[in-house]
Design a protein around this ligand. Sequence first.
Ligand SMILES: Cc1ncc(COP(=O)(O)O)c(C=O)c1O
Length: 470
Amino acid sequence: MNKKESYKKNSKINNKSLVYLDKKYIWHPYTQMKIWNKQDNVVITHGDGFYLVSENGEKYLDGIANMWCSVWGYSSNPVIEATRRQFQELPHSTLFGLGNKPSIVLAKKLLNLSNGMGKIFYSDNGSTAMEVALKIAVQYWKNKQFPKKNKFLSLENGYHGDTIATMSIGYVDKYFNPYKSLLIRTFKAPAPSSFENNLDNILTDSEIVDVCIEKTEYLLEKYANNIAAFVMESGAQIAGGVSIYPNTYQKKISQLCKKYDVLLILDEIATGFGRLGNMIEYLAQDSKPDIVCYGKALNGGYFPIAVTLTTDEIYKEFFGNYDENKQLFHGHTYTGHPAGCAACIANLELYAKRNLIHEIRNNANHLKKRLKTFEDFKSVHKIRHKGLLVGIELAREVEISTRKRKKQPLSFIDGLALNTYIMRESLKRGVFLRSLGHIVTLIPPLAMPRNQLDILIDTAYDIIKSIEER
Ligand SMILES: Cc1ncc(COP(=O)(O)O)c(C=O)c1O
């Protein structure tokens, strides 16, 4: 029996296929299950390099880095080995009342990389790392006797996670409307994406920065006494439409926050650790956060762990006598999980050994050249690209009167949402791609070799060509 046949045999449970059992038992995230249950789905049983392999032995090249977190792919490597060793040595030990070595080693490494930061708080996913950041910001002001500074200012089209507070600051109406009655009220400032996502936008990048900064300053001038923190993604908004900030935007926001005495919380969960070609994005953006969150690629893409870093200035406001109640009341069962920390440590060591950031920058230049060919498509409105983040924006012209035509986002094909269509067509071609609305994304694992990046590009090209030829 060859390897493919053996996996096929082993993947059946009581002779039922995993696809059948998946439909029977699993509720998938962000998924209309009525559609899912009618589809021919894929169940992954193992990995092979940068390929995910199904129960039938079909291979799919990962073009979305397993929801933007994978670095090294799915075969054995030093990060997986280090995690395994840590599981054998100490599978878990709580940070409630005890310390553990991997959490200390990792903290030191992260603080060395993160200029300006002084302390680290551990949690287990990006949403909770952001939730911690919000709690720290509000309590910081309360501990300093400014209890009215308890609201947030965040960006339109931002995304920070799926908990109640993170849905509030990263509100996307299409997704979060059913929960609106639970959400906290926040102030919203326009983001560069507020203009870029409008296909008729005629503003230049520097005009977009000026408008955003002017409107943000207006809000800060008016409401700073009630605002604990300004919250934004660092470097780019991905979920909000692969919008890469124009130069100087983030730096100017950072300066405004200092001017109006409002904390700056940066969400580097999806953009840090090389996605945009920089290890620490806020340093590359010349900005100075008071609180910053990392997750996803931090651990190589294997273990649910995320972190919230703060300055010493913030941390010291939580000091006091026990009955002053100034301590941070937050913690999770798996806070500072030793195996998760070991994964992060080995991951960072491998980044350094491989000089991964250098490799990412070279591959980004290669992608830039290859993406030029997409400009010939009529249905490609704009290509958004930085580092190993690519968004190919699809649009079509529609006639709105006998004289006037207008570009509209191409979000549906044959009545199917573009994302469903792109997933189906890419899987048919042995690749896993997704889209965000009308934007086809290429978000590969960060260490993917160039010849496989080329396969992703070729597949996206082929699918868009087939859309145009319809
Ligand atoms: C910028 C950003 N922040 C926070 C999150 C939430 O992270 P998690 O899915 O690990 O909760 C995400 C997830 O995609 C994200 O992109």
